[in-house]
Write a protein that binds this ligand. Structure first.
Ligand code: SF4
Ligand code: SF4
Length: 176
């Protein structure tokens, strides 16, 4: 390398460094160019259609299983039993947000639109169990037992035409 090329390299290095520093200075000094926030004290305003954590309104959910079948990541699991009025009753509805890739397919297929993305995105945890969102707070076995009791009561009522009246004495039983 000749002296001329050597000096050219030095000049070029100084010029490109100056160009870079000019851009850096602009971002550092001009408040209009601020691109960072003092998180968590400040937060960006999220777009209306932001895909945050999923939320299921279990009072509207019809336990159709469509979301479970559609999810490519197997994040959703549910248990449901048929109630006395023939409608399905959710015994459990869980979403593992640790596996979710926020594709929105489950939301798209939900017939009553009970499943939606919320704007929530903050949930750091060192325990994977805590990343499972449980939407039915009651224990699944208790829900199933309660619904089974209601179904049995409804069936007994339907079988007895004199429902609500005292049962006639059984054969061999005498009235007092
Ligand atoms: S958003 Fe996608 S990955 Fe997440 S639960 Fe729904 S279907 Fe599964
Ligand atoms: S698709 Fe919707 S209605 Fe059907 S089980 Fe999932 S959340 Fe419930």
């Amino acid at each position: 390398m000749g002296l001329k090329e050597y000096l050219n390299d030095i000049v070029e290095a100084v010029v490109t460094t100056a160009k870079g520093m000019r851009i850096t200075a602009r971002y550092g000094l001009d408040p209009k160019e601020e691109t960072t926030l003092q998180y968590p004290e400040e937060r960006w305003e999220l777009p209306e259609r932001y895909r945050g954590f999923l939320h299921n309104d279990i009072n509207t959910c019809i336990s159709c299983n469509m979301c479970v079948k559609t999810c490519p990541m197997d994040c959703i699991s549910l248990e449901a039993v048929r109630g006395a009025d023939k409608k399905m009753v959710l015994a459990s509805y869980d979403i593992n947000i640790g596996r979710c890739m926020y594709c929105g397919l489950c939301v798209e297929v939900c017939p009553p639109k009970s499943l939606k993305h919320s704007l929530g995105y903050e949930m750091a945890s060192v325990n994977r169990e805590q990343l499972i969102l449980r939407f039915v707070q009651e224990d699944a076995s208790e829900v199933k037992a309660r619904v089974a009791r209601q179904v049995a009561e409804a069936a007994a009522k339907a079988e007895s035409p004199a429902a609500g009246k005292p049962a006639p004495p059984a054969k061999g039983e005498t009235k007092e």
